[in-house]
Structure formats: structure tokens, C-alpha cells
Ligand binder design. Structure first.
Ligand SMILES: Nc1ncnc2c1ncn2[C@@H]1O[C@H](COP(=O)(O)OP(=O)(O)O)[C@@H](O)[C@H]1O
Ligand SMILES: [Mg+2]
Length: 420
């Protein structure tokens, strides 16, 4: 069969890479892809947000399954649009994806279903939110409810900081309509990790634990990014904790969504805080993580395509995921200046040399220009490697990173240190 992956980041290159290995697959298309995805499939120069263009591409190329990468596509109802044309899609409907695109909705359904998460209140106006915050102990967490490119959350250590964050949402409209509703929640401390589950209805196939690194600089300093590196699995997260995540978080959410007439098919990605009271939800995402996927695809031994198809059809019976016993590390390389402004079009060298041993390089913001690969975005490459131990995986990934160069390249040198 032919499969279309929507998106153009490292996540989509990694998915296309894994899908292309399936004996069930003839051809992978990526819309719009990047300089790496065109090595495992064919990039289609269409805007994945343009439902009409996507549907036309699916019909023209005899595509049997569409796999949706980015969150904004799900929130824009791409899966509903494909279903209306009887096209199989991996990913939740707009209604089911509301657990990601509305943190207020997610908090509401978690409260109803008794899913462990930070205590919270939701507000739709500045004055009552400020009045509430003044009564709360510090630190306190202020979250724009809607999608905000990972920039909508403030951990406030003073009441003034909390008020400033509320002003950004309600008064300055810094996040557009995403800040018209705000969740104010209790600060949780503990070990932060995440996982993924491929779901359909009330069933879930769990991935191992993983840990992202959101800040641009070492020691978790500097502004937030899309993610600068991932390690998996985490030795600190026991199989008992992972069972709790499945039984107390993932499965109850799926049941609650089904009861509401919004059955969830696709990828559920909870962010978790491992507190002294056990794992609690920080947030739900309704799609594959980036760069978590780049790491996970390296650990997945079994064919992903039957599972994607089964989820898209709404029934996971007779399919499975089988995970290798290695550890994996993924180090992101970014353009100079990222996550602020940066230049594009820098020539990347050393890519072939870097892919030695267990190293696989997934492209993010790159494009092909004849024989050159040029930078074309903030996060440029994800260098992944596996190893018998996490430290072996990290050594291999960093050996790969050191062989690659482009003007202004930056990467964190401490990925995985906390996990070690
Ligand atoms: N209640 C909380 N307590 C402590 N830290 C939190 C809390 N909520 C969020 N955070 C921190 O803020 C980050 C971003 O919050 P999250 O809800 O995941 O929003 P998003 O990923 O949409 O920006 C989390 O990864 C976590 O480090
Ligand atoms: Mg998050």
C-alpha cells in the first residue's frame, strides 16, 4: 500500500523511515517533508493544512492511509475531513484531540474520570483569575488553554509573575485566542517524563518511558524550544509506574472519551510528573512527540504499519508493538539564534560520515539543493543512536553530532545527564 505522512519535521522523517521498512508498504509520501524524508519516500509540495489538496493527493496516488504528525492539523479537523471522504487516517478527530488543544477540556475530563493531575481552576477573564491567584500559595502554574507552540506556560514564583502571565493571555493576547481561557494549577515537583500510547477506542499499546530536554542551553537554562534531545527508556521509571500510567491515566481517559461520544484513535502522549503520590498528568498531547518519535522509532522492533492501520480502523485486536532492550539517545542540532531568529540556507556537511555504527540522522529543518543539504529551520537535525546502555547510546549519538557541521550549529552537550 501507499502511505502519506503529513508534516515536515524530524518526527515525520522518523515515521516515514520506519513506515518505509514495512513489507506492507510500496511507497511513502510526505507532505511537505524535508531534505531527509525525500530519501525514504517522495515529498509532495502541498500544504498539509489544505484539506482539499491533501484529499486530492490521496486520491491521485492511491494512498490507503494518512498519518498525521502535527497538533495544529488535528485541531484543524484534518482527520474529520479525511473520514468524510472515507479515507483512513491515523490520528484523533478534532473532538477527541480536544484533550490536547484545550487544556481546560483536558482538566475537566481528568477531574470527571478521577485521573491524577495537578489541582486546577479554569478562567475566562482577567479580573477573576487575578483575584484567584492572589489567594494561592507559590509557585503557581499559569497555562494558556489553547495551542501555543510550547510557549503558553508560566511557572510563577511571585504573585506579580502570575499576574503578568495572566495579562499576556487575557490583555495582550500574546497567544491569540489560545489565551482566552486560562488554566491555573498547582505546582508539582518530581521527575518529569513522558510516554506514548497507540490507541483505539478503549485499548492502548504502550511505548517505553522517555525524557525530553526543552530548554535551549545546558543545565536546562535559556528559553524553551521544540525539544533539544530525548533519551529512552528512563531507568528511574519502573514498570510498576508504567503500569500505573496505563491503568490510572491512559485507559481511564480512553473510557471517558468513549463515554462522551469522542472515541480516541491515534497517538496519546501524556506528559507525566512522578510525584511522591505517584504519576500525575502534566498535559495530554494527541499526536507523536517531536523529538520523542525520533528516539522511539529506533527502539521499535516490530512493524509499525499494522498498528497504525488498526488504530485508524478503530480496533487494535491482533496487533502488537515489540520494543528492543537497548537504550536510545537523540540529540537535536539547531540553527544559531534558535529559538529566537536565525538564518537559513547554511550548507550541512558530514551527514554521511555521521551515520556510522548505530547512528541514524533524522532531518528536521533541512532542504535539498542539488547535491547539497541546507539548513531550513530552527531545529535542523536529530542525531539518534542506540546502545546496550544509555551511556553507550549517548556516546554514539555525540560522536555522530561531532562529525556534522554547519555555520552557527548549536546543540546541548548534556542530553541524558539527568537520566544517567
Ligand atoms: N503543574 C505543574 N507543575 C510543575 N511543572 C509544570 C506544571 N505544568 C507544567 N509544568 C512544566 O511546564 C512545561 C510545559 O507545560 P505543559 O503543560 O506540558 O505545556 P506545553 O507543552 O503545552 O507547553 C512542562 O513540561 C513542565 O516542565
Ligand atoms: Mg508539554
Amino acid at each position: 500500500m501507499n502511505i502519506l505522512v503529513l508534516g515536515s519535521g524530524g518526527r515525520e522523517h522518523a515515521l516515514a523511515w520506519k513506515i518505509a521498512q514495512s513489507p506492507l508498504v510500496e511507497k511513502v509520501y510526505i507532505a511537505s517533508g524535508n531534505g531527509g524524508s525525500s530519501e525514504v519516500g517522495e515529498n509532495l509540495p502541498i500544504d498539509p493544512n489544505d484539506h482539499t489538496a491533501v484529499i486530492a493527493a490521496v486520491k491521485e496516488r492511491d494512498i490507503e492511509l494518512v498519518v498525521v504528525g502535527p497538533d495544529d492539523l488535528l485541531a484543524g479537523g484534518i482527520v474529520d475531513a479525511l473520514h468524510a471522504e472515507n479515507i483512513l487516517a491515523f490520528g484523533p478527530t478534532k473532538a477527541a484531540a480536544e484533550v490536547e488543544w484545550s487544556k481546560a477540556y483536558a482538566k475537566g475530563i481528568m477531574k470527571e474520570a478521577g485521573i491524577p493531575t495537578a489541582a486546577s481552576e479554569t478562567f475566562t477573564d482577567f479580573d477573576s483569575a487575578v483575584a484567584y491567584v492572589k489567594e494561592q500559595t507559590l509557585p503557581i502554574v499559569v497555562k494558556a488553554s489553547g495551542l501555543a507552540l510550547g510557549k503558553g506556560v508560566t511557572i510563577a514564583y511571585t504573585h506579580q509573575e502570575a499576574e503578568d502571565a495572566l495579562k499576556e493571555c487575557f490583555v495582550d493576547a500574546k497567544f491569540g485566542t489560545s489565551g482566552n481561557e486560562v488554566v491555573i494549577e498547582e505546582f508539582m515537583s518530581g521527575l518529569e517524563f513522558s510516554t506514548h500510547a497507540i490507541c483505539a477506542g478503549t485499548k492502548a499499546l504502550m511505548f517505553p518511558s522517555s525524557q525530553d530536554h526543552k530548554r535551549i542551553f545546558d543545565n536546562d537554562e535559556g528559553p524553551n524550544t521544540g525539544g533539544m534531545g530525548v533519551v529512552a527508556p528512563l531507568a528511574q521509571v519502573s514498570s510498576e509506574v508504567m503500569d500505573q500510567v496505563r491503568d490510572e491515566i491512559v485507559l481511564p481517559l480512553l473510557s471517558a472519551l468513549e463515554k462522551k461520544g469522542r472515541p480516541f484513535s491515534g497517538l496519546l502522549y501524556p506528559g507525566i510528573m512522578l510525584t511522591t503520590d505517584g504519576p500525575k498528568v502534566i498535559e495530554f498531547n494527541a499526536r507523536f512527540g517531536d523529538p520523542e518519535t525520533q528516539a522511539y522509532m529506533r527502539l521499535l522492533d516490530s512493524d509499525i504499519v499494522p498498528v497504525l492501520l488498526a488504530s485508524a480502523k478503530g480496533d487494535l485486536k491482533d496487533v502488537f508493538l515489540s520494543w528492543g532492550t537497548d537504550s536510545v539517545a537523540c540529540v537535536s542540532m539547531a540553527s544559531g539564534g534558535y529559538p529566537g531568529s536565525y538564518e537559513k540556507g547554511k550548507v550541512i556537511t558530514g551527514l554521511t560520515d555521521a551515520e556510522e555504527g548505530s547512528v541514524v540522522v533524522f532531518h528536521a529543518g533541512t532542504k535539498r539543493d542539488r547535491d547539497d543539504i541546507l539548513t531550513n529551520g530552527g531545529r535542523v537535525l536529530n542525531v539518534t543512536a542506540t546502545g546496550e546502555t544509555l551511556s553507550m547510546a549517548l556516546d554514539a549519538a555525540y560522536a555522530g553530532v561531532k562529525k556534522i557541521s554547519f555555520e552557527g550549529a548549536q546543540y546541548r552537550s548534556d542530553i541524558g545527564q539527568k537520566a544517567l
